[in-house]
Design a binder for this molecule. Structure first.
Ligand code: FES
Length: 170
């Protein structure tokens, strides 16, 4: 009698089999969706990468010069080319400087000696913002912080720049 209790009926067998098969198929369908949702999060960020900006350190002088380059930006599944710029030069301590051209007031683009009135300074035309050559903001002008400084490295004589970093974090 106890032997009979342990027997699985045809109906039960079908139920177990179909439930198992259904679960297996559901898992198979869900895996690609889960992977697609999570994949960009798991991918290594390229934010820390530095780009060759196309200028050798031998070409740098004490006069700030603007360099422009593009980086590939990945946003989820969307990849785009983003333009970057920097003012680069050799300072009085013989060190390479690379400043972001983005004004710390409202984000306009600053130029070296952009105003004849203020030689030897970075100038922002939007609201007459001014920065000394070392990138610090001139007191009494709209910008309230120094220009950001790019992360940098030199490899095979070429200048590589990364992300612009606010000075208080640099
Ligand atoms: S945005 Fe540069 S001074 Fe206002």
């Amino acid at each position: 009698m106890s032997e009979k209790k342990q027997q699985v009926s045809r109906r039960q067998f079908l139920n177990y089999t179909l439930t198992g098969l259904g679960g297996f198929m559901a898992a198979g369908l869900m895996m690609p969706m889960v992977r697609m949702a999570v994949d960009p999060v798991l991918q290594e960020s390229s934010a820390g990468d530095m780009a060759n900006v196309g200028i050798s350190v031998d070409e740098l002088t004490t006069e700030p010069q603007r360099v422009d380059w593009t980086v590939e930006q990945v946003d989820g599944w969307y990849t785009s080319e983003v333009s970057r710029s920097a003012w680069v030069f050799i300072d009085e301590n013989d060190e390479i400087q690379a400043f972001s051209p983005i004004c710390k007031h409202l984000g306009c683009v600053v130029s070296w000696e952009g105003s004849e009135e203020y030689p030897n300074e970075f100038f922002c035309p939007c609201h007459n913002g001014r920065y000394y050559k070392d990138g610090t903001n001139v007191p009494g002008t709209p910008p309230l912080a120094p220009l950001d400084v790019y992360e940098m490295k030199v490899e095979n004589g070429m200048l590589f720049l990364g992300e612009p970093v606010p000075r208080e974090e640099a």
